[in-house]
Ligand binder design. Sequence first.
Ligand SMILES: [Zn+2]
Length: 162
Amino acid sequence: MSKRDEAWLQGILDKIWDNYFPEVQQVNDVRIVFGRRTKRRLGSISLHPSDCKTSVITMNGLFRREDVPEFVVEATIFHELTHYAHGFNSPLEQAQAHPHAGGVMRREFAERGLLELYLQQKRWLKANWLDVLTQEFPAKPRAGVRKTARTIAIKPFWFIGD
Ligand SMILES: [Zn+2]
């Protein structure tokens, strides 16, 4: 039985790096941690602001849930590692002006043989993410508003930002 701790994340990161980014040099410390449970961000990567010695990949705390498939976690780590490889929040040379410019993420998955993983993650999020959020963040009934209309704004927020 796998336990979803940071060693587990580190194992997935190592596997993805070794198998899919073999030519990408690790030029500083790269750590991976669980962050808060959030609605709008699957993951992010940051660089220590003063010395550039450490890049930290922060994963949504909701990924501790066993019902979030491992491929969703893998695709998120792949996404953040792509930013690292492209020089965003890593000491490597920046590959393009914007981290998500012109379909660059999809292309990176495709070129490294993981287009199916990219699509799988997208499909799973579309079908299930809202349910996860509804369980984790129950809508608070507002005074004077009937409880029947419980909605969370649906936007493809997981493809933007981070
Ligand atoms: Zn991103």
